[in-house]
Design a protein around this ligand. Structure first.
Ligand code: EPZ
Length: 429
């Protein structure tokens, strides 16, 4: 097990490049299953969710090679249509392979992806949509079998909730279906547009992403392509929160400022100065942060649920009381109990958290239990006086490439320790 050891109190100061987007690369790698040939994806982040996705691609018969931030997938041969339970459990977002496997092989067999620390994560919207294409679905003993009994035909699908994953699965199923598919109330996240841009570079005909109604005109088949993934907007705003909490200054290179727009007003309300160019953003923190009246997580272009924990960490050191309302996931406050160990003052009542800011957090020993909650504990450790240890950082490594290296380059005092429990020794890296 590895952990972070942080000595808090340093001002974060400097500039950094932002990694490729986790929530883009995962559906894009899944989409390569649709392509009978070789695709080259660049700006792929070095994170464990990508490792898990590559294991699934290899299991399905794809040949995958990786050279730094470039992944090459040769999907000429795909000779399986199932995802084993252990691989499904390793990463519940593997459900996004569903549409691609069905589109490629005409069938699929998945175990129901379990819930996770932030919620039950049902897939009813995925299943209802896939069924609309005329796919037979049979659920038994936590296994779900899918079979295309007649050629896939385009349909009109209206989502009761703009689910990111369901939108992605519909796009993947519709790409090579006969005729046109129209998705209304589709998710508008930038990662959906990134997936569509990748597929269009492979010959798909997808339009309307980002606007809520997406039109996919089925094509016979898709061809190889080279594609560069967009920067990760959540990683970018996570490091902005770190700079805000440590009264520092950060210059982010290679970002898409428009993707950060839902979060920038929150930093400005806290008193940060933000300057924006075409592909960079600079945040300069004030001597004291002001509290945030209300933060309500919403589907894009609203405030992202994936930034809720990190902004909560920031509000713990703001002057005054802030209110956070989590409307997307039913239990995305698992990080609160650990955050209280820093001396933070937080009350949770259902979907609402009330945070009374305090200028003096104290270092603590805490344990990460999910990706963004774990990141929020690191942020609290950076701002706290004294030493913090964050255990179970495997959750953080799922989505943040070399977080300790990036933060160290920005002046923070953080090391990653490999806890070799066999001999009890700790090795620092
Ligand atoms: C994607 O998850 C992201 N993951 C999540 O990021 C993100 O939090 C989420 O979208 C919302 O923005 C990836 O892209 C890999 P949803 P996804 O389907 O697709 C309910 C991170 O930290 N729902 O939009 O699973 C669901 O329970 C991760 O990077 C149904 O009820 O999210 C949730 O309450 C965490 N039925 C809400 O919709 C369904 O069939 C949003 O889910 C599907 C979803």
């Amino acid at each position: 097990m590895s952990r972070y050891v942080i000595n808090g109190g340093n001002r974060l100061y400097g500039e950094t490049l932002i990694q490729g987007s986790k929530n883009s690369i995962l559906p894009i790698l899944a989409a390569t299953v649709l392509i009978k040939g070789e695709t080259v994806i660049s700006n792929c982040p070095d994170i464990s969710d990508v490792d898990a996705t590559i294991r699934i691609l290899s299991y399905l018969g794809c040949k995958v090679t990786r050279d730094g931030h470039t992944v090459t997938v040769d999907s000429t041969t795909v000779d399986k249509f199932d995802i084993p339970d252990d691989l499904m459990r390793e990463m519940r977002s593997s459900v996004v392979f569903l549409g691609a496997i069905i589109g490629r092989t005409g069938k699929a067999c998945l175990s129901t992806p379990g819930g996770c620390e932030i919620g039950l994560r049902p897939i009813d919207l995925h299943l209802d949509a896939i069924q609309r294409f005329g796919v037979n679905i049979h659920e038994e003993f936590a296994k779900i079998d899918f079979e295309v009994v007649k050629p896939l035909e385009g349909v009109n699908i209206s989502l009761s909730f703009p689910s990111v994953g369901a939108t992605e699965n519909i796009i993947l199923t519709a790409c090579t279906a006969k005729g046109t598919t129209v998705i209304t109330n589709a998710a508008r996240e930038p990662e959906i547009s990134d997936l569509a841009d990748f597929l269009n570079s492979c010959g798909a005909r997808i339009s309307g992403t980002g606007e809520g109604t997406i039109i996919i005109e089925g094509v016979k088949e898709l061809h190889s392509a080279q594609y560069r993934v967009i920067p990760d907007r959540i990683v970018a705003t996570t490091y902005m929160a770190a700079a805000a909490m440590t009264h520092g200054k950060i210059h982010l290179k290679s970002v898409i400022p428009a993707h950060l727009a839902p979060v920038i007003p929150v930093f400005e309300e806290a008193g940060c100065d933000i300057s924006i160019s075409s592909s960079s953003v600079t945040l300069t923190a004030p001597p004291y942060l002001r509290s945030i009246k209300t933060i309500r997580t919403m589907p894009y272009p609203g405030f992202p649920t994936d930034m809720q924990a990190q902004i909560m960490a920031m509000t713990t050191v703001c002057h005054g009381t802030s209110v956070i309302i989590e409307t997307i996931f039913e239990s995305r406050y698992k990080h609160v109990s650990e955050m209280l160990r820093f001396g933070a003052k937080i009350r949770v009542d259902g979907r609402m958290a009330v945070v009374e800011g305090t200028p003096d957090l104290t270092g603590a020993s805490v344990i990460a239990s999910d990706l963004r909650g774990g990141a929020s504990l690191v942020l609290a450790g950076l701002a706290a006086q004294g030493t913090t240890t964050v255990d179970d950082i495997k959750y953080i490594l799922r989505g943040y490439e070399n977080m300790s290296g990036v933060l160290t380059s920005l002046g923070c005092d953080i090391v990653k320790e490999e806890r070799n429990t066999a001999n009890g020794g700790d090795r620092q890296s």
